[in-house]
Design a protein around this ligand. Structure first.
Ligand code: 5AD
Ligand code: SF4
Length: 334
């Protein structure tokens, strides 16, 4: 297929031909991954955050959140339950909670990797490159660091004064260290434009990412964006389908945020170019408090149940829950 230019991207983002776009994206996913879908089990181990992102329910000034911080042993325990239920990737995610020392994070990584043959992904926010390098040497495999937007001025606004250039620098350091690296954006933030989304797609694609995540913006009532418009979910499907066209080998999740709009959101994502789903295996009692956006973690079932429901969802579409760790095909093929 001819190279996809900015005008073509705008045409599709604008709904020029959804049927064609989704068919191409589905075909490319099939070429790269066949029938396999990767499951990533997320342990959301702390909802404490020292940042003030305007879009996020976990932002530090939100006093309505019931905050929790899991102990090292119970984090390892959640990962164990997920691994025993068949998960081959454990994602460790938290707010920007720097209370965990590098040694504690090391303990968690080693505790998981010593007992289970799984990949470990870190989604811990703005820790230092030195810390990330140490955790890579302890056996962590992947990192997820979202840009949320690739426009420096918008970044500064939505993340309350945070520095975009430092974030990009950290992302590049993670790639240099040797991690498989994922990033992405939120689709349909207040005042978004299709032009900006086209630029986001081109920028993210130029970063050579192993994983690209993009989900719809959902206004949270206890944030400065509470009265913003809910985004158009179709725009998120178009964005991830275009991300597939531009990055045939990257892992692209059908984000859980899709399900907050449409009970079949993740299914549609998987039929339109996505190849990953990320069920939460956070202990049921805490899951509802990891309330980044309304509807997040609404279902509370135990870990084995969560994994088997995710597998059922995959099978019901005619896909196969992959038995492999789902390492980056992009890395293996360059
Ligand atoms: N709507 C959609 N996605 C959101 N995130 C945070 N707040 C929202 C929201 N209101 C996403 C961000 C963040 C991830 C954990 O959740 O991309 O990185
Ligand atoms: Fe904290 Fe992440 Fe939410 Fe920002 S997006 S407030 S860093 S949890």
């Amino acid at each position: 297929m001819a190279v996809l230019g900015r005008d073509d991207i705008l045409y599709y983002l604008n709904g020029g031909n959804d049927e064609e776009l989704y068919a191409i994206a589905d075909g490319l996913r099939e070429e790269s991954f066949g029938r396999e879908v990767y499951l990533r089990a997320i342990v959301e181990f702390s909802n404490i955050c020292n940042k003030k992102c305007n879009y996020c329910g976990l932002r530090a000034p939100n006093s309505k959140v019931s905050r929790y911080r899991m102990e090292v042993d119970s984090i390892i325990d959640s990962a164990r339950l997920a691994a025993e239920a068949g998960a081959r990737t454990i994602v460790l995610q938290s707010g920007d909670d720097f209370n965990y020392s590098p040694g504690q994070v090391e303990e968690i990584i080693l505790g998981i990797k010593e007992s289970y043959d799984v990949a470990v992904t870190l989604s811990l926010g703005d820790r230092s490159a030195g810390e990330y390098e140490h955790w890579f040497n302890c056996g962590a495999d992947r990192c997820l660091l979202k840009l949320e937007t690739t426009a420096p001025d918008i970044y500064k606004k939505i993340r309350c004064g945070e520095n975009y250039h430092q974030r990009i620098e950290l992302l590049r350091s993670l790639q240099d260290i040797g991690y498989e690296v994922g990033s992405g954006i939120i689709v349909g933030l207040p005042d978004y434009t299709l032009e900006q989304l086209a630029d986001d797609l081109l920028f993210l694609s130029a970063l050579d990412l192993d994983m690209i995540a993009a989900g719809p913006f959902i206004p949270h009532p206890d944030t400065p964006f509470s009265s913003a418009e809910t985004s158009d979910i179709e725009l998120s499907y178009r964005f991830t389908a275009l991300a597939r066209m531009l990055n045939p080998l990257s892992n692209i999740p059908a984000t859980s945020a899709l399900d907050s709009f449409d009970s079949k959101g993740r299914e549609k994502g998987l039929q339109r170019g996505c190849n990953v789903i990320m069920p939460s295996v956070t202990p049921a009692a805490k899951r509802k408090d990891y309330n980044i956006y309304p509807g997040k973690n609404a279902i509370s079932v135990d870990v084995a149940d969560t994994i088997s429901r995710a597998e059922e969802l995959v099978r019901a579409l005619g896909f196969v829950p992959s038995a492999s760790k789902g390492s980056s095909r992009r890395m293996n093929n360059v």
